[in-house]
Write a protein that binds this ligand. Structure first.
Ligand SMILES: N[C@@H](Cc1c[nH]cn1)C(=O)NCC(=O)O
Length: 418
């Protein structure tokens, strides 16, 4: 039940985070804003989310998952109420900042609950299931929100969405316990010296850095496609119909669903080979994108299907980074290490979202948003810089981590399962 409530809270956070993806047109009309002002909502949310990861990790290690998760949900709910009632662009931006803050307080707490409530051998699978099932919130945001915006109007649609938070807050108060024996688990007081010591100890372990670069390299392609650029890329860059573009993005979420449990099982049984899994998946993503970008003219639909499936696997692959962080840090530093690692993918996604926008503007004759296929090929190619950096760093820190990790101890858990 504890996991169920935690998962539901994460599901709703993903729902709120993605709820703007289908409301672009309505938002442009309501606030009378341009496409780049609209994109600012997504970027601001990502900046706040990434910037909050380390403070939130420290807060979770200090005050426990239950308190931080409850605070995050209240914040997220109030922020969505603010977004529902906002009538100016600046008020909506402020509301989106708080959506990013509330969202940032969710995932780390739920992972910490998983690591406190499940036996060690089940943690990789439960972590993957949490990430995977939580992503369903994005699908829930797409269909019902489109309907609600069309039938109920902006304010009511967002107020109804916000009301989910009230039910969740009640469930949290009554059901959540930080550990099987404690309702609230408190860590040592947060002095500046303690914070510095905890963060440097986490960062000093090559496993935390390996986790950071794994998260960095694997998920940015899927995040940039699903949060902002996927739809315009498929429609304007690859000349697919709007319906096909929607189907391709849904297929990407289905690929996430399929790959999550399989990767969870693989990680649990072959922990020594976690970095090999990441290197293989990132290389496959690079190959899939290269085929699409090198295809003369527009790639056929089946090639795009392969692309979204392969790119989708990057989402669950990023969760391997958290597993490496978990096995490289003591339990009391778990959340701050997770916060460090979780920054990787979101910083990379933010850089990519901005770079794509800049390159599209640069390569589009006469400005405007009538982006050409060639402009998209240039823009999407900026990913090679991120993959290059990520792959080099994963390889470097895999070598360093393997030097300090005891393979027998790490694999002992997997053998116990078998
Ligand atoms: N990589 C994601 C989670 C995920 C799992 N499967 C696909 N994506 C991640 O880092 N999540 C953090 C969050 O707050 O969502």
């Amino acid at each position: 039940m504890v996991w169920g409530v935690g998962l539901l809270v994460y599901f709703v956070a993903v729902f709120h985070r993605s709820s703007l993806a289908v409301a672009g047109l309505a938002a442009s009309e309501r606030f009378d804003i341009s496409a780049s002002q609209l994109a600012t909502f997504t970027m601001l949310q990502l900046v706040v989310y990434a910037g909050m990861q380390i403070p939130v990790g420290l807060l979770v290690d200090r005050f426990g998952s239950r308190s931080v998760l409850l605070t995050g949900t209240v914040l997220l709910t109030c922020a969505q109420v603010g977004f529902a009632l906002a009538e100016s662009y600046s008020a909506a931006l402020v509301a989106r900042v708080f959506v990013g803050m509330g969202d940032a307080m969710t995932f780390i707490c739920v992972l910490r609950l998983v690591s406190s409530w499940f036996p060690t051998r089940r943690i990789p699978l439960m972590t993957q299931l949490t990430g995977t099932l939580g992503q369903l919130g994005a699908i829930a945001a797409a269909v019902p929100m489109t309907w609600a915006l069309g039938h109920l109007g902006w304010t009511t649609a967002y107020l109804v969405a916000a009301s989910l938070g009230l039910a969740l807050a009640l469930a949290m108060v009554f059901v959540l316990h930080d550990t099987p024996t404690q309702r609230n688990l408190r860590g040592p007081a947060l002095s500046l010296a303690a914070v510095r010591a905890s963060l440097s100890a986490s960062w000093a372990h090559p496993g935390t850095r390996l986790g950071f670069w794994m998260h960095f390299s694997t998920q940015f392609s899927a995040t940039a496609l699903s949060l902002l650029w996927g739809y315009p890329f498929f429609v304007k860059g690859e000349h697919q119909s709007e319906a096909t573009a929607g189907l391709l993005l849904t297929l990407m979420v289905l690929a996430i669903m399929g790959a999550g449990p399989t990767l969870g099982w693989l990680v649990g049984n072959h922990p020594w080979h976690r970095s090999t899994m990441v290197l293989t998946i990132v290389s496959s993503i690079v190959v899939a994108w290269t085929i699409v970008l090198a295809w003369p003219g527009h790639a056929p639909t089946w090639v795009l299907v392969v692309l979204v499936v392969v790119v989708g696997v990057g989402g669950p692959a990023s969760m391997i980074g958290f597993d490496v962080g978990r096995t490289s840090n003591p339990h009391e530093r778990f959340a701050s290490a997770t916060g460090i690692i979780n920054q990787g993918g979101f910083v990379a996604s933010l850089v990519l979202v901005i770079s794509i926008g800049i390159v599209l503007d640069w390569r589009t004759p006469g400005g405007g948003s009538d982006y050409t296929s060639s402009a998209f090929k240039w823009a999407m190619s900026t990913q090679y810089l991120l993959w290059g950096l990520g792959l080099i760093q994963v390889y470097r820190y895999r070598v360093k981590t393997r030097r300090v990790v005891d393979r027998d101890e790490l694999e002992g858990i997997a053998r116990a399962v078998a």
